[in-house]
Design a protein around this ligand. Sequence first.
Ligand code: GAL
Length: 409
Amino acid sequence: MNFYKATTAAVAFCAAGAVSAAELEVTHWWTSGGEAAAVAEFAKAFDATGNTWVDGAIAGSGGTARPIIVSRIIGGDPMHATQLNHGRQAEELIEAGLMLDLTDVATAEGWKDIVNPGSLLDSCTVDGKIYCAPVNIHSWQWIWLSHQAYADAGIDVPSNWDEFVASAPALEAAGKIPLAMGQQAWQSSGAFGVINVAVGGPDLWNKINVNKDAEAAAGPEMAKVFEAAAAARAMAANSKVQDWNQATNLVITGQAGGQVMGDWAQGEFQVAGQVAGQDYTCLPGLGVNEIISTGGDAFYFPKQDDPEIEAAQKELAKLLLSPEVQVNFNLKKGSLPVRGDIDLASANDCMKKGLEILASGNILQSGDQVLSADTSGQIEDLMVEFWNDPSYSAADAQAKYAEIIAEAD
Ligand code: GAL
């Protein structure tokens, strides 16, 4: 903080009496158009409390940002708050005693009664203490289809995965990329997981990812999943973009037929002024089995030995789950709120579909919630090899996958 700001803050502190005013450095990897619009809602709300949100956006994907975030915390140069995914990514930091216990905030705010589904708060809980504030539900289980691309190809917009695969030749004949895909590991690994659920079914997915059943991973049902993934690989062969939102832009601009991506893609359609049902179609569960996986984001707060900072950290944690902030943030982010008691009246058709599926209870945990960061990393490495090498057979990839699951924790 420079001298001028320090003076101003000191004057504000005196004038405001005992109210603490702190600057919190907050790290996250939300740098696309939609993500930036959403995180600005958090910053605006926090600044309105008299504190200051110092934005620590880290460009690139979670795969780039997470190692930076973790090494800063372990290295003794922690930020004051950070985004991570729901699940086990902070497990070792919590066990090392580096993260702030938020149980008093969670209890005072009644998070146990508010957060829906409860598995999101379970993912924040270690040894009975709560270490994160869940802020949204992002489901991977979607495909986003371009009405423009299908109109140009002269065929109907598909209503399920099989119709999408069958539409590829007509899209290619019209000069379109059937499946948009960025070149980062988490994107092909994420898409593989969605195809796994759609083609193999949620029971098979749970058997493998929750129960770590290596036999199921090596079995005939999973062979069909790998065949489908090989077909998807061929459909994405000419998608030469890097970042997920560049792949989403291929769909928005009608250069690609579809993208298998989490519903954060909605933020990009919104920023582009596109309307669900008119300019694009969303198929939850790839139109095979309408399901929601409870991926998404939670904020963690590295311990600082400064009571004023700690008070501001807890004030931010409380704010992130407040009804107004939940509505304003999630509408921009394209995610579902973690509270079941708010009305997303202005949600678009796709978000409404997501809310209906969530209410129906047809939900799946996310891979991040059930696999260790190490196992997730091994699966991502396999998927990068498989997706980038057309000669890597589905059978060979499945054999390697079964080995990973056999050692999974
Ligand atoms: C996910 C995160 C989302 C999203 C996406 C792409 O890990 O949960 O909020 O923005 O990364 O950056």
